[in-house]
Write a protein that binds this ligand. Structure first.
Ligand SMILES: [Zn+2]
Ligand SMILES: [Zn+2]
Length: 160
């Protein structure tokens, strides 16, 4: 890393660092309380979409020389289809129990029930369908991973 000249610590930042549990909400509440009428009028001009993907509930404005101003707002990001998802990527109903890395590099966020459905039931195996551990030789059978299905076949479990 390039060497960066050490800057003198900003006393305001130092003061903020001393406040335990400081949140962005504390800061916006304070900044709202000192907002000017002009700031409020500007913030009221923000056009919101009606799907809730952009929210603006503060009077925090950054104004320079240009013919307009920036108003602070909140952009929604969905966790869907990311490892951060709080909802099962299979049934889309139950809460995520486990984040599973699939062989193709994607991730599944599975609830307890869906996880059980795709996990090899052999004790101590625990391979999950579609993952590296499941293997690619064969499809498995009866919910068992390919390797466990082969062993069961060899042991005559499936009959002739
Ligand atoms: Zn599920
Ligand atoms: Zn198995």
């Amino acid at each position: 890393m390039a060497k960066v000249a050490k800057k003198k610590p900003d006393p305001k930042q130092k003061a903020l660092a001393k406040i335990k549990g400081l949140t962005i909400g504390d800061c916006t509440t304070f900044l709202d309380s000192i907002a000017s009428d002009r700031d409020k009028a500007i913030a009221e001009m923000v056009e919101l979409d009606d799907n809730g993907e952009f929210e603006c509930d503060n009077y925090i404005v950054s104004e320079g020389d240009d013919n307009g101003a920036y108003v602070m707002g909140w952009r929604w990001v969905s966790f869907e289809d990311t490892p951060m998802s709080k909802i099962c990527s299979c049934c889309h109903e139950e809460p995520t129990e486990k984040v599973v890395k699939m062989r193709d590099g994607t991730t599944d966020t599975l609830c307890e029930t869906c996880l059980e459905d795709v996990t090899c039931p052999t004790e101590g195996c625990g391979a999950i369908e579609g993952t590296e551990k499941w293997g690619t030789v064969g499809d498995g059978f009866d919910g068992y991973c390919p390797s466990c299905a082969d062993k069961r076949e060899e042991a005559g479990v499936y009959g002739s």
